[in-house]
Design a protein around this ligand. Structure first.
Ligand code: UGA
Length: 316
């Protein structure tokens, strides 16, 4: 079996690639290696995947020869995209449109012609919900993104559903809720907090810190991707993938402090536009259809995140 992983050098993409290889699949990874964060981190992620069963293509999905790339591919894990909720305002929005919307549409167009493709798994986001009306939020609630990033992820998700309905492309969209764990992107909360607690520098908390997130451990996200690819579900399906933590940023910091045995210096700065007050995903549907539920608690996941950070940031 052959899989194509887009965004293979990123946090989630590299973890999916490693797991697929360990399951015996041939994996082709593609990544543009943009400079949104230090490209060295992505090169390290690629090194950790290794060469056995893995072919890497350094290219942008908007320019790559996709016909050739999709030749003989059974599964696509479409993780590539421009991340970052808070940076998506202003002139940067065109980057989000190119990376998240145009690239997805271009990929889907080529999937119409594939005779081998069994499943196209799209990495969607809890940010499509915006400030949801009810918690836990189920997939049938009307998505109302609060950030341009969320708009771009929702547009691509709609494209997946459209190509499923009109051309039979076997898409499944997974709405990830704030993914964390070893290797998390350096712009995200836990990696920033872990680095600060190890190096004794202050952290910035956006807004009151009372915003709640349904943090999801990366291995659980990888498992959801495999199940979405290998288990039956209707074409165009959408599932929440949420860790069940429902904890505020302030509470997560207290947990980190307890695990580390000392306190963080906190600077409360202003709320950033686009940052939602609360996320919390209802996972009834993914449990019923793919028999998926989260396995790594926040406490356990934070311990692993911290252990990884100690190895990385202590020598900085
Ligand atoms: C994350 C990812 O960045 C998105 O790509 C993803 O789509 C999204 O999750 C999602 O699940 O929809 P976010 O929830 O903002 O977005 O994740 P973090 O960067 O880990 O931030 C978590 C919370 O901590 C946010 O409320 C943020 O404002 C806060 N934060 C973050 C701080 O207070 N200080 C920081 O230095 C960083």
């Amino acid at each position: 079996m052959k899989a194509l992983v887009t965004g293979a050098a990123g946090f989630v993409g590299s973890n999916i690639s490693r797991r697929l290889i360990s399951e015996g699949m041939d994996v082709v990874g593609i990544d543009a290696i943009t400079d949104y964060y230090d490209p060295e981190i992505k090169l390290r992620n690629l090194q950790a995947i290794g060469n056995r069963g893995f072919t890497f293509i350094h290219e942008d999905l908007n320019h790559a020869a996709l016909g050739k790339l999709l030749d003989g591919v059974d599964y696509i894990f479409h993780q590539a995209g421009q991340p970052g909720v808070r940076k998506s305002w202003g002139k940067d929005f065109s980057t989000y449109l190119d990376a998240n919307v145009h690239a997805t549409q271009r990929l889907l167009e080529h999937c119409k012609d594939s005779s081998t493709l069994k499943r196209f798994v799209y990495a969607s986001s809890s940010s499509v919900y915006g400030d949801a009306a009810t918690f836990p939020t189920s997939e049938d609630q009307l998505p109302q993104p609060l950030s341009p990033y969320g708009v771009s992820k929702l547009a691509a998700e709609h494209l997946c559903s459209l190509y499923a309905a009109n051309f039979g492309v076997p898409t499944v969209s997974l709405r990830y809720f704030t993914v964390y764990g070893p290797g998390q992107r350096p712009d995200m909360a836990f990696t920033r907090f872990v680095k600060a607690i190890i190096q004794g520098t202050p952290i910035e908390i956006y807004g009151s810190g009372n915003q709640i997130r349904d943090f999801t451990y990366v291995d659980d996200i990888v498992e959801a991707n495999l199940r979405a690819a290998l288990r039956p579900s209707p074409k165009g399906s959408i599932f929440n993938v949420a860790g069940g933590s429902n904890i505020s940023v302030n509470e997560a910091i207290v947990t980190l402090e307890r695990l580390m045995g000392h306190e963080l210096k906190r600077n409360y700065v202003g709320r950033v536009a686009g940052d939602v007050v609360r996320t919390g995903g209802d996972t009834t549907k993914i449990k019923a259809t793919l028999d998926w539920s989260p396995h790594v608690s926040l406490e356990e996941g934070l311990q692993r995140h911290l252990a990884w950070g100690k190895g990385l940031f202590a020598k900085d």
